[in-house]
Design a protein around this ligand. Structure first.
Ligand SMILES: CC(=O)N[C@H]1[C@@H](OP(=O)(O)OP(=O)(O)OC[C@H]2O[C@@H](n3ccc(=O)[nH]c3=O)[C@H](O)[C@@H]2O)O[C@H](CO)[C@@H](O)[C@@H]1O[C@H](C)C(=O)N[C@@H](C)C(=O)N[C@H](CCC(=O)O)C(=O)O
Ligand SMILES: Nc1ncnc2c1ncn2[C@@H]1O[C@H](COP(=O)(O)OP(=O)(O)OP(=O)(O)O)[C@@H](O)[C@H]1O
Ligand SMILES: N[C@H](CCC[C@H](N)C(=O)O)C(=O)O
Ligand SMILES: [Mg+2]
Length: 483
């Protein structure tokens, strides 16, 4: 695509005299090839402008920058390169989201689970699906590795482009609050936007709960503002306080779901069982008894949101119910580890106070004796959640063990000290995660439950700058075998 054609998508921009052919757009100088447009991003760690010269040496033919740079190729200056990048990426890849039925999910907890449930329903309806989220990106059955829950706009639009080429009909994606604030999803034309819930997390980045809520609200306030006149739907959790604000911030058609508040899709007569949940589903088409293979009340919310999203996407209710009843768990979410032991071992991705409380309350329903909870808090992440998570582990388990969960650049002992400030009663501190898991598994006996929280599907432990292989499920299995 010619540079001038590409730049037309940014209103009122000054076109440079030269009009080279742009063969790729990149924001990391290592990815520059002859013909690239290199976008300089002012990041949280690096200033991409510092790599502009190296980009030219590697063959970049134009630079998008936030300041004038003295280079021999066209330098286009804009106020905010990150936001301009999203517009250019959308244009460069042929506005792919306008060709997809796009479902976005935001909220503190439940995005990954809900996205997988929706994927299951659409696949049952024989749709070709795309998925973008924490665990991986998927085009049909093909999985693609990912670093962020919501990738940057260049990766995002290029994956959407591949989805269009590979005949994907519906794309389902998790939309993190970081992505909304950083404009990673600008240019995405959502048809359905889902809100799961808002509880404490990421206050290191968003500072206050209101700022965090406003980040989430961007998904809804922008919904319905595109040129695409298809009907847009905001699917909102009626039991969450934030919904009251979102309803006045969107021009989309509102559909609600909930358990306690009157809503379009409701669950009543809930029975929580050891192998799943049962409830009566209320829909605009009447009532139906449902049996889910997923445990915990929180998963009923995820199921309701998924059912509503499929319903507004014109999938017949009967088929939606059939599919949701078949849906099995998501990797690392309430995943049982079975090595023939006479107690339960559960690996779960709970890394916020609310999710930890939900999971431990669910475990309390079936634990016959002791509950061991192995809990840590990530380094370089919201420190204010640390004492809260420790307090919850102490409140809902008999044997809390505090350990490390991706300490990153922080000293593991200082993270544990932050956790201890919220601890109550007796607890153990075992900084080495493997030792913490081994200790719990060696001590557990018939009828006990061992919860290993925080890392779920992760297969690594980040200590300093190093990434070590570490999979809670494999470590637990090994410990069970060694008993
Ligand atoms: C704090 C934060 O959100 N950072 C994100 C941000 O990075 P950044 O733009 O600040 O990047 P940077 O590393 O400072 O680099 C600046 C620029 O220099 C370029 N560069 C840099 C080095 C070099 O040698 N050459 C070079 O060209 C980089 O490519 C970049 O363009 O933009 C990047 C691209 O989108 C993200 O990958 C990165 O996520 C980091 C890795 C991260 O850990 N983010 C977490 C907090 C996050 O975003 N989490 C949410 C999920 C949260 C949840 O829901 O629980 C997520 O969506 O993943
Ligand atoms: N609807 C829900 N409400 C509260 N907690 C939930 C809900 N769904 C799942 N959880 C808990 O939160 C954990 C994370 O769930 P999930 O991965 O679906 O959320 P997420 O929003 O994608 O998280 P992340 O932002 O880290 O990607 C689960 O392991 C479970 O403990
Ligand atoms: N998306 C979350 C994942 C946290 C997972 C936990 N294991 C940690 O490393 O803190 C984050 O980046 O904050
Ligand atoms: Mg997720």
């Amino acid at each position: 695509m010619k540079l001038h054609t590409l730049l037309k998508s940014i209103p009122l921009i000054n076109l440079p005299d030269n009009n080279p052919e742009i063969t790729s757009i990149v924001n990391n100088h290592r990815q520059v090839k002859p013909g690239s447009l290199f976008i300089c991003i002012t990041g949280h760690v690096f200033d991409g402008h510092a790599f502009a010269k190296e980009a030219v040496d590697k063959g970049a033919v134009a630079i998008l920058s936030e300041r004038i740079l003295d280079l021999d190729i066209p330098v286009i200056v804009v106020k905010d390169t990150t936001r301009a990048m999203a517009i250019l990426a959308d244009s460069f890849y042929g506005n792919p989201t306008q060709k997809l039925h796009l479902i976005g999910i935001t909220g503190t907890n439940g995005k990954t689970t809900t996205s997988h449930l929706i994927e299951t329903i659409f696949r049952e309806y024989k749709k070709v699906t795309g998925l973008i989220g924490t665990i991986y990106m998927k085009i049909g059955d093909r999985t693609i590795e990912t670093k962020n829950t919501t990738p940057d706009s260049l990766v995002l639009q290029s994956v959407f482009h591949d989805m269009v080429n590979e005949k994907v009909d519906t794309a389902i994606m998790e939309v993190s609050s970081h992505a909304l604030v950083q404009g990673r999803v600008n240019g995405c034309d959502y048809d359905v936007a889902i809100f799961t819930n808002l509880t404490q997390d990421h206050l290191d980045y968003h500072h206050t709960m209101e700022e965090y809520r406003l980040a989430k609200s961007l998904l809804f306030s922008k919904l319905g503002n595109s040129y695409n006149k298809n009907k847009k739907f905001a699917i909102l959790n009626a039991d969450d306080e934030a919904t009251k604000k979102f309803v006045v911030e969107t021009s989309a058609h509102i559909v609600t779901y909930g358990i306690d508040s009157p809503s379009d899709f409701m669950a009543s007569d809930i029975i929580l069982e050891n192998s799943g949940t049962r409830f009566t589903l209320h829909t605009p088409e009447g009532k139906k008894d449902i049996s889910l293979r997923l445990m915990g009340k929180f998963n009923i919310y995820n199921a309701l949101a998924s059912i509503a999203a499929a319903y507004v996407s014109d999938i017949p209710l009967e088929l939606i119910i059939q599919a949701i009843e078949k849906a099995t768990g998501v990797p690392g979410r309430f995943e049982s580890v079975n090595g023939g032991q006479d107690f339960s071992v559960i690996v779960d991705y709970a890394h916020t106070p609310d999710s930890l409380e939900n999971v431990l309350k669910t475990i309390q329903q079936f634990a016959k004796k002791r509950i061991f909870s192995i809990v840590g808090c990530g380094g370089d992440r919201d420190p204010s959640k640390r004492p809260l998570m420790a307090g919850i582990a102490c409140k809902y388990s008999t044997d809390p063990i505090f350990t490390s969960d991706n300490p990153r650049s922080e000293d593991p002992m200082s993270i544990l000290e932050d956790m201890e400030k919220g601890a109550l009663g007796k607890y153990q501190i075992i900084p080495d995660r493997k030792l913490a898991i081994n200790t719990a598994i060696q001590s557990a006996s018939d009828g006990d439950v061992v919860l290993i929280a925080g890392k779920g599907h992760e297969t690594y432990q980040i200590i300093g700058d190093e990434v070590f292989d570490f999979d809670d499920r494999l470590v637990a299995l090994m410990a069970i075998k060694e008993r």
